[in-house]
Write a protein that binds this ligand. Structure first.
Ligand code: UDP
Length: 551
């Protein structure tokens, strides 16, 4: 039913005429293929050739017009993973005149977002690479609204988490293999191609070992806004109700039924003594402990539970992405198998510690080799090492720390990460107690403002030469314009003084709006002076225009 693209909505002949007259039109953002999203009128797809087609006419537009640089290496990345060579997008070109010899096009009336899902089988990838980027790409272009049509071109089947993709719009997303059902040539009336990478926080180690992205552009605020929108679509109100009531502020402690969630995996990377771990948690924190697993609960059911939890405990793994549904002030406790260094695998730590995410993060690592259960005879993708040369196998077995490596088939990494673990309870409780000492209160982080100071105004300097060796430099300024509307705990000013021609400067932090400098100030010298405002110790404002002060 959902595959019906009601042709009644559009006047077929008008659409065909428009295509024939104007051809395809493309206007993109982005200077590079890695930051580009393109908007098209009448982008077509030929299912026989499995290629997108750009029809040239006298009035078609192609911006950027890259010539053959369009193939170096591609027009754009179709997934949110940067510059991955299996995720490139391009189109073939034809003159509109060729339409005469082609099958009659079927027009897609919906505004369409065309993208590749990166790894729809893995829950972490589903959120990090697809759902959050698609959500914010749709926010960027207002015609990608609730009626938008998503088209997934990576070529995979729906996968286990398709219901989550369905939440992005009211229309059923289309898969590449379904496109052929619409005929040999389909033309998207209006479409966007590509995904915003602004929200991604992790790189998977294709060119350097995995880790947080170098230039993170997302804060916890955007992740939480996304989480709230998704929960609304899943009809979960719990998290929000809690927030309205005051969340987990101190005064609300009794009212709230506090509990810990253990996210368990039942196929691989097991916690062997899960029951014992649960007992220990209950005893240590005097809280109820509940378990969830992807094998046993529906996803909305899991989110419902997690959105009210005080702590989420889990083995490292994709299920930990659900920590984005935890309430502010909650803790994420991530367990790592033997020989796996928590510092080198930080997608969930990076998420939890995004500014404004307001989650507490603790990791525990199995350091006792006798407590690990290895699986050398499993298939290689589940960490088996039987296929390796004897020497390599012995090296891996002897190693107590997986060395840094690239994605994605490093056998030593797979062998270690797929171990089951008997969690040593005393060391686990110790790590947890130690880690929770610095627990940031939700209250504190909430009141911490993220409004930055404006520039200081009317900055000026006055100079005075006192003796052939002594001079004074007085710098004054007015408060930033936005300060008079704000309640700021602490307002300070930073002044940098640089002698012209020198490449060092003297920095000063001052509480007041003027100051007379006399130390290190020489007569008949030009100084460059920069002034900026700082709120609450670390919210820096911009510098005012540099002052040139001649003594
Ligand atoms: N998974 C699960 N239970 C298991 C093992 C895996 O629910 O016992 C899920 C896991 O959360 C992820 C997917 O199956 O969504 C793939 O798991 P895999 O171990 O390949 O990836 P990882 O968790 O290491 O990212």
């Amino acid at each position: 039913q959902s595959q019906e693209l009601s042709q009644a909505h559009i006047d077929y002949h008008v659409a065909l005429q428009a295509l024939q007259e104007h051809g395809t039109r493309m206007v993109c953002t982005g200077k590079m293929h890695t930051d580009r999203i393109c908007r098209f009128d009448y982008l077509c797809y030929c299912s026989e050739a499995e290629e997108f087609v750009f029809f040239h006419s006298n009035s078609s537009v192609m911006l950027p017009n890259l010539g053959s640089r369009r193939f170096q290496p591609a027009l754009l990345d179709l997934s949110s993973v940067e510059d991955h060579n299996t995720q490139y997008f391009n189109f073939l070109e034809l003159p509109v005149a060729a339409l005469k010899f082609m099958p009659k096009p079927v027009f897609v009336p919906d505004v369409t977002l065309i993208l590749n899902r990166f790894n729809p089988d893995n829950l972490m990838h589903v959120f990090h690479d697809d759902l959050i980027p698609a959500f914010y790409t749709m926010k960027q272009y207002s015609d990608l609204d609730d009626e938008a049509r998503l088209v997934f071109m990576e070529g995979w089947a729906e996968g286990p988490h398709f219901d989550l993709y369905r939440l992005l719009s009211s229309k059923q997303p289309l898969l590449k293999e379904q496109l052929r059902n619409f005929g040999k040539l389909m033309c998207f009336t209006k479409s966007y191609v590509g995904l915003s990478k602004m929200t991604t926080w992790y790189q998977y180690g294709f060119v350097q070992p995995q880790g947080p992205k170098a230039n993170m552009l997302v804060s916890g605020n955007e992740i939480r806004q996304f989480a709230r929108a998704l929960m609304e679509k899943m009809n979960i109100t719990r998290g929000e109700e809690m927030e309205k009531e005051g969340g987990n502020t101190e005064d609300n402690k009794e009212k709230r039924d506090e509990y810990i969630v253990v996210f368990s995996r039942s196929a691989t990377r097991l916690i062997v003594n899960e029951a014992e771990l649960i007992m220990a948690l209950a005893q240590e924190f005097q809280m109820r402990v509940v378990t969830v697993s992807l094998e046993e609960q529906s996803f909305p059911g899991i989110v419902q539970v997690i959105s009210g939890a005080s702590m989420l405990v889990s083995m490292h793994g994709a299920q930990l992405i659900t920590s984005l549904f935890l309430p502010r002030g909650a803790a994420v406790v991530e367990l790592f198998p033997f020989a796996v260094n928590p510092e080198q695998y930080t997608p969930y730590k990076t998420l939890a510690t995004l500014p404004g995410m307001d989650l507490h993060y603790v990791s525990w690592r199995n350091t006792k080799e006798e407590n690990t259960i290895t699986h050398p005879d499993r298939p290689w993708e589940q960490g088996g090492i039987a296929h390796l040369e004897k020497e390599e196998r012995e090296r891996i077995l002897a190693s107590k720390d997986v060395p840094r490596h690239l994605c994605c088939r490093n056998p030593e990494w797979l062998y270690r990460i797929y171990q089951d673990t008997l969690v040593d309870i005393p060391s686990f409780v110790e790590v947890l107690k130690e880690g929770m000492k610095t627990k940031p209160s939700a209250k504190k982080s909430k009141s911490a403002s993220t409004v930055h100071p404006g520039r200081v105004r009317e900055a000026q300097c006055q100079t005075l030469v006192q003796t052939p060796n002594e001079a004074k430099l007085t710098v004054s300024w007015q408060i930033p314009w936005n300060l008079k509307y704000l309640k700021v705990r602490e307002v300070k000013y930073e002044v940098w003084i640089q002698e012209q021609g020198e490449n060092t400067y003297m920095p000063y932090i001052l509480p007041q709006q003027n100051y007379t400098f006399s130390e290190n100030i020489k007569p008949f010298t030009t100084y460059l002076v920069w002034v900026r405002c700082i709120f609450n110790k670390n919210l820096l404002g911009p510098f005012a225009d540099v002052l040139m002060c001649r003594t």
